[in-house]
Design a protein around this ligand. Structure first.
Ligand SMILES: Cc1cc2nc3c(=O)[nH]c(=O)nc-3n(C[C@H](O)[C@H](O)[C@H](O)COP(=O)(O)OP(=O)(O)OC[C@H]3O[C@@H](n4cnc5c(N)ncnc54)[C@H](O)[C@@H]3O)c2cc1C
Length: 388
């Protein structure tokens, strides 16, 4: 991709981001133009657009930031996104509509940057590569655009956490550690990312662990209202977490809350395949009761000598309002440690020879990366998806 064009687009977007409320203004203007010029596009979006607007800006920023640094990786991500977008029924013409509306919104933005022919061409060039990568990947895909799935089990393991198992209409091929977008019947067109907690299998059973986010549109409905028999829609797999079988390195995994799901999927897969590299898994939560899946992980550690599971919580006691069973230490298993997980992990050393995966909230990922960097961990060894 043309580096000059990327650089122009980056500084143009940075100028917008530097204006107070700039990205939100750009996003509002983009959707207004898109829906005015291409009214049929409105059907692809939910009635409430606030979250959607934030997602658009986050996605544009994510792509623009990475274009320059590692085009291979971002192009692979865009290809995945193109395959995933087939679930909307999007066609090539829609990419053109989105590109034109975004360029018009940038042009109309009251920015300090003058809008020149060169800048317009740079935006056109960059968006053309983005659209072509997504369209090519979508058009080359022969699998279903999305998978229908029936809920076969709903276990509410905590007031705010549910484990939901579904039977896919046909098995999906995904790499343990990837995530998918999901649409539930009570929240049409409000797709949310969830990470399968089990590896892909011929039976087509997929399991999600969902935490209720207070004030959220979708997760409270999933945790409190999901019924056996209801039909979900699941999009194509995304992300590149997963075991790197090419380098044979030992692995450090750090997951907090339901962030354990994609790590658990990988551990289950390793356990099925049989393997010889060591895996240290730190399972973190605020309270001991947040470690809702510790029993399964300990059972896996008992069967697999290569796996060490270390529970970590910020508080030593469960909160006063928690009325469920207390977690009981199992002889031979690592005792629970107390503290912020990033600090606890960094106190063990640099983990310099490990492939490291982090999954959890933005705050957890940022502080853990900071602690590991400070301890001397090479940053290139650390991988994570967009945060939860
Ligand atoms: C790659 C990826 C994988 C994910 N996998 C899982 C998974 O396996 N299980 C799971 O439970 N969730 C997972 N998530 C999070 C999930 O996609 C939703 O973002 C989450 O369930 C909230 O959706 P909502 O509709 O309830 O909230 P929204 O309506 O989207 O948000 C409502 C408000 O809550 C805030 N908010 C959103 N998420 C959080 C959060 N996590 N903590 C605090 N505030 C928040 C928003 O900023 C907003 O202000 C994943 C996210 C990503 C990016």
């Amino acid at each position: 991709m043309d580096l000059q064009a990327i650089s122009l687009v980056r500084s143009s977007f940075k100028a917008i981001a530097a204006v107070p409320d700039g990205p939100q203004t750009l996003s509002r203007s983009f959707y207004a133009l898109l829906f005015a010029r291409y009214p049929e596009a409105r059907d692809f979006f939910p009635a409430a657009m606030d979250e959607q607007r934030d997602r658009l800006i986050a996605a544009v920023e994510y792509v623009i930031e990475r274009l320059e640094e590692d085009s291979g990786q971002i192009l692979a991500y865009l290809a995945q996104l193109g395959r995933d977008h087939r679930k909307y029924g999007i066609e090539d013409a829609h990419y053109v509509a989105v590109g034109n509306s975004l360029i018009a919104a940038v042009e109309q933005f009251p920015s300090t940057e003058p809008w020149t022919d060169e800048l317009e061409q740079a935006w056109r060039d960059v968006l053309a590569v983005v659209a072509a990568t997504m369209m090519d990947a979508a058009n080359a895909e022969s699998g279903p655009p999305a998978w229908g799935a029936t809920v076969i089990e709903h276990l509410q393991v905590r007031k705010d956490v549910s484990i939901i198992r579904l039977q896919l209409d046909e098995p999906m091929t995904y790499t343990a550690g990837q995530f998918v977008s999901v649409q539930v019947p009570s929240r049409p067109r409000m797709w949310r990312y969830l990470s399968p907690a089990n590896p892909a299998n011929d039976q087509g059973v997929i399991e999600f662990h969902v935490r209720r986010v207070s004030g959220g549109w979708v997760s409270p409905a999933v945790v409190t209202q999901t019924l056996v028999g209801e039909r979900w829609v699941v999009g194509s797999p995304l992300g590149d977490l997963g075991i790197r079988y090419d380098n044979g390195r030992d692995i450090l995994m750090i997951g907090s809350g339901t962030g354990i799901a994609p790590l658990r999927a990988q551990i289950l897969q390793m356990s099925q395949r049989g393997q010889d590299r060591r895996v240290h898994l730190f399972f973190a939560g605020r309270y001991p009761c947040d470690l809702y899946d510790l029993g399964t992980l300990w059972a896996l550690a008992e069967q697999n000598p290569w796996l060490t599971v270390v529970p970590v919580t910020e508080e030593d006691q469960d909160p006063w309002w928690y009325t469920g069973p207390s977690s009981v230490a199992i002889p031979g298993m690592h005792r629970r440690l107390t503290g912020k997980v990033g600090q606890v992990v960094a106190d063990f050393g640099t983990w310099a020879e490990r492939d490291i995966q982090l999954v959890g909230s933005e705050a957890m990922i940022n502080t853990t990366k900071f602690r590991l960097h400070a301890a001397g961990t090479p940053p290139e060894n650390i991988r994570h998806d967009p945060s939860y």
